[in-house]
Design a protein around this ligand. Structure first.
Ligand code: MG
Ligand code: ZN
Length: 363
């Protein structure tokens, strides 16, 4: 009897061990290290064809290829098969499907704490770097709560919550030339933000934790001389945020890939996607060295219905065709690197990106 019992305990133990090892998500702590920092990179409108177009133009490779785990997300919004950038970014920021145009609110219109705001509340450093106005749909969805993306001045006011330590992009006019007559740049300076509109001025912000680099209007296109603004600004943001002992959350957007799609302009798409890829290089250099940073690269949706109908690898050209000047509905790739990246394989809702990031945060 005793012998049987111990045999039973032994085999139950073996069963338990083998069960455990069959479930990758229940692996021991040492195997599943949580990241200290999370960098979410959004190529607005960057579907698979945009990536391949940039790859061809770049000599058949991109830095993006270094991200080893690939998944796909379902991009539809709560009220439309085709999402816009507001509902798309809000799915990532609050983990709920919402209606097109919604900024940081759920489908009932209720404001929900974003992942950036929660990171801030729990003592992590937070930031965003974009190539559009910081009040534009994608960045706004991480710090603001408004029923419409068109409410640029109300969105700018939401930046006074101070949830983002590092704010880099355009749209200064919504902070200074306002209907309510307030000058938000002055108010933010009083809050401790170093405020400038020049990338070159950022060096002077040494010693201040809070930085707002907000240029007038949108930032120029790559073809109009933006040069390495996005990778450089991202490097500066990483320098600033990585001082935080508690880790950080950073959102980086290649904002204008989408605009190239709306314009049905393959050259615009390719140059913006390659610039975004250069920024991925900067981020990966940081993450590889750091070893505690999860990098997730994705898009909110595809724009233009881009297809590649021909071209030349040797000449690095594509014959592009478009189905629309708007967004399309298609599965969107998610590329990830670093501790926790194993959670990002498979097919899932766009909202799952929020839940996966949240599971991995070390709070
Ligand atoms: Mg955007
Ligand atoms: Zn768009």
């Amino acid at each position: 009897m005793k012998k049987h019992l111990s045999l039973f305990i032994l085999s139950a133990g073996i069963l338990l061990i083998s069960c455990k090892s069959n479930q990758p998500h229940s692996a021991s702590k040492t195997e599943r290290k949580k990241p200290k920092n999370i960098i979410l990179m959004i190529g607005d409108g960057m579907g698979l064809a945009q990536v391949y177009a940039a790859m061809v133009a770049n000599g058949m490779w991109l830095h993006l290829e270094k991200l080893p785990v690939i998944g796909l997300h379902k991009s539809y919004s709560s009220d439309n098969l085709i999402t816009d950038s507001a509902a798309g970014a809000t799915a990532f920021s609050i983990g709920k499907k919402t209606f097109n145009g919604a900024i940081g609110v759920d489908s009932s219109g209720a404001a929900k704490e974003t992942i950036l705001e929660e990171a801030h509340r729990r003592g992590l450093a937070t930031g965003m770097v974009v190539t559009c106005a910081v009040t534009h749909a994608t960045p706004a969805s991480f710090v603001a709560h408004q029923p419409s993306r068109a409410m640029n001045e109300a969105i700018a006011l939401d930046f006074l919550s101070g949830s983002a330590d590092c704010i880099i992009g355009g749209g200064r006019q919504y902070f200074t030339k306002r209907e309510d007559g307030r000058n938000l740049t002055q108010e933010m300076q009083k809050m401790g933000y170093f405020f400038t509109d020049q990338l070159a001025e950022v060096e002077k912000s040494k010693g201040t934790k809070l930085l707002a680099l907000i240029a007038q209007d949108e930032l120029p296109k790559m073809s109009e001389g933006r040069n390495s603004y996005l990778p450089k600004a991202t490097e500066l943001a990483l320098k600033k945020l990585s001082i935080s002992k508690n880790g950080f959350f950073l959102m980086v957007e290649g904002s204008q890939i989408d605009w190239g799609g709306h314009n049905n302009d393959p050259d615009y798409i390719i140059r913006e996607t390659i610039d975004f890829d250069e920024t991925i290089k900067t981020v990966l250099q940081f993450a590889e060295k750091d070893g505690e940073t999860l990098v997730v690269v994705t898009a909110d949706h595809e724009t233009g219905g881009l297809a590649i109908n021909g071209g030349s690898k040797e000449k690095r050209t594509i014959d592009a065709a478009f189905t629309t000047k708007k967004h399309t509905g298609i599965l969107i790739p998610v590329y990830s690197f670093g501790p926790g990246s194993e959670l990002f394989g498979g097919i899932y809702e766009n909202t799952a990106i929020f839940h996966k990031m949240k599971t991995l945060m070390t709070w």
